[in-house]
Design a protein around this ligand. Structure first.
Ligand code: SAH
Length: 394
C-alpha cells in the first residue's frame, strides 16, 4: 500500500490541470514514516485519489509521476520510457534518432516526458542518466533495466547523478549499471564527430540541446572570423568550420574543455584554422581589440533560482554589451541563456539593453530555443529553459 498525502481544501485545482508538482503549502497532512524519495498517493481533502509521485521535504512536496491509479514499479518505468522512445523514433524528421548522421539525442526530458526528476541522454549505444530527485536516484537500477529492455540499441548505462542530487543525501557513486563502455566514445551529430566521456564531462557529457542552433550557425559561417565564447566541447566551433569559417577562436576558462575542443576540431578536420584559448571570457573581451564577424555567447546558467534573477540579468546585459563591442560592422551574434528562472521577455530585454550600452543598431534575425527531443510539458512552462537570439549588429 502506498503512503497517503492529503491536500488542503481547494488545492487540487492545479493537479486537475496536470501541473506536475505539488508545493508544500498545499499539503494538509501526510502519513507518518514517509521519507524523501518515497512514493506517495495524493488525495483531495474530500478523500478523492488524484495522483502519485515522489515525496520531497522541500518547497516541491511531490513530483507527480502519474495521474492514474497505478503502481510506480518496473512496468511503469518501462511504459514511460517506451512512450518517450516511440515519440523520438516515430518523428525522426523532427527529432534525431540513431542514423548515420546522428546518434546523440535526449530520450527522457523530465516533466516533458512525464518523468519529473529524470534526464536520460543517448550517445550511440550508451545511455547516461541523471536524477534530479532522490526518488529517481533510488530507482536507478529499475530505470537502467527498463532502458536496456525497451531500447534495442542501448547496451551501456551510466548513472551520473552525484552532481545533480543534494550532497550527503544520496550515497550511490556515479557508475556503470551495465558493462563498462570503453571511453572516450565517438558520436555523431549532423555528421560531425565528437568525443564523449560521461565519467569526466559536464552534464551528461555534451550539450545536446544546442544541436539545431549549431546547424543554423553553420549557415552563417561562410568565410567568417568566428569567436566562440564559453566553448566547452567546441561544438559550435566545429559547425562554424564545417560552414566554411575563415578562422575560429574558442574561449573557455577550463583548460580541460579547451583540450577537448581542440581534439574535437582535429577529429573532424585534422588541421584547421582554430585557436583554443584558456581564459575568463570577461578578461578576454576586455583584453582583445580584435573584431569578429560572428560571435557565439553561450554562458552557463547565471540564475539557478528565482532570487538570483536580478543579478543574472545584469550579468547577461554586461556580457552581451562587451560581445557586441567586439563585433565588426554587419556582424552576427548568437546569444543564449539556459537559466530556467529567466524568461524569454527578460532575456530579450537584457540583450536590448546591451545593444543600447554598446551604442549599436541591431535587429533580431531568429528567436531560438531547445529542440523537440527536449519537450516542454505544456502545464510546466519552467521546462522551456533554453533561449537564444540571433542578432544582426550594424
Ligand atoms: N557552448 C557550449 C556549452 C557551454 S557550457 C556547448 O555548445 O557545448 C559553459 C562553459 O563555460 C563551460 O565549459 C565552463 O567551463 C565555461 N565557463 C564558465 N565560466 C566561465 C568564464 N567566466 N569564462 C570562460 N569560460 C567559463
Amino acid at each position: 500500500m502506498k503512503k497517503k498525502l492529503f491536500l488542503k481544501h481547494g488545492r487540487e485545482e492545479s493537479i486537475r490541470r496536470f501541473h506536475p508538482w505539488i508545493f508544500s503549502g498545499a499539503v494538509k497532512s501526510i502519513d507518518s514514516g514517509v521519507n524523501e524519495g518515497d512514493i506517495v498517493a495524493v488525495y483531495s481533502s474530500e478523500g478523492e485519489f488524484l495522483c502519485s509521485g515522489h515525496y520531497e521535504p522541500g518547497s516541491i512536496a511531490v513530483r507527480i509521476l502519474t495521474f492514474a491509479d497505478e503502481n510506480i514499479d518496473e512496468q511503469f518505468f518501462k511504459n514511460r520510457i517506451s512512450e518517450a522512445y516511440r515519440l523520438r523514433q516515430k518523428n525522426s524528421s523532427l527529432i534525431t534518432h540513431h542514423s548515420s548522421l546522428n546518434n546523440v539525442y535526449r530520450l527522457v526530458h523530465g516533466e516533458g516526458d512525464l518523468l519529473s526528476g529524470l534526464v536520460v541522454d543517448i550517445y550511440d549505444d550508451m545511455a547516461v542518466m541523471q536524477a534530479h530527485s532522490i526518488g529517481m536516484g533510488r530507482s536507478w537500477k529499475t530505470i537502467a533495466k527498463a532502458l536496456m529492455e525497451v531500447c534495442e540499441n542501448i547496451k551501456y548505462v551510466y548513472n551520473k547523478s552525484s552532481s545533480t542530487l543534494p550532497k550527503g543525501k544520496y550515497t550511490a557513486d556515479d557508475g556503470w549499471l551495465s558493462d563498462k563502455k570503453e571511453l572516450p566514445a565517438t558520436v555523431y551529430e549532423y555528421g560531425n564527430r565528437f568525443e564523449i566521456n560521461p565519467e569526466e564531462g559536464q552534464k551528461t557529457g555534451f550539450y545536446i540541446d544546442q544541436r539545431e542552433n549549431r546547424l543554423l550557425l553553420q549557415k552563417y559561417s561562410q568565410d567568417a572570423s568566428v569567436l566562440n565564447l564559453f566553448s566547452y566541447t567546441g561544438a559550435f566551433s566545429v559547425y562554424a568550420l564545417r560552414g566554411g569559417a575563415a578562422k575560429v577562436d574558442s574561449v573557455d576558462s577550463s583548460a580541460k574543455a579547451i583540450a577537448l575542443a581542440n581534439r574535437n576540431v582535429e577529429l573532424n578536420f585534422g588541421a584547421a584554422n582554430h585557436n583554443g584559448i584558456v581564459a575568463d571570457v570577461a578578461d578576454y573581451l576586455k583584453n582583445t581589440d580584435e573584431k569578429y564577424e560572428l560571435i557565439i555567447l553561450d554562458p552557463p546558467a547565471f540564475a539557478k533560482h528565482q532570487h538570483a534573477v536580478k543579478n543574472a540579468l545584469q550579468a547577461y546585459k554586461r556580457l552581451n554589451a562587451k560581445a557586441m563591442e567586439r563585433l565588426a560592422a554587419g556582424g552576427i551574434l548568437f546569444t543564449f541563456s539556459c537559466s530556467q528562472a529567466i524568461n524569454k521577455q527578460q532575456f530579450l530585454q537584457a540583450v536590448f539593453s546591451a545593444a543600447t550600452i554598446a551604442g549599436r543598431q541591431a535587429s533580431i534575425l531568429h528567436c531560438l530555443n531547445q529542440p523537440a527531443d527536449h519537450p516542454v510539458n505544456i502545464y510546466h512552462p519552467e521546462g522551456d529553459y533554453l533561449k537564444g537570439l540571433v542578432i544582426y549588429v550594424k
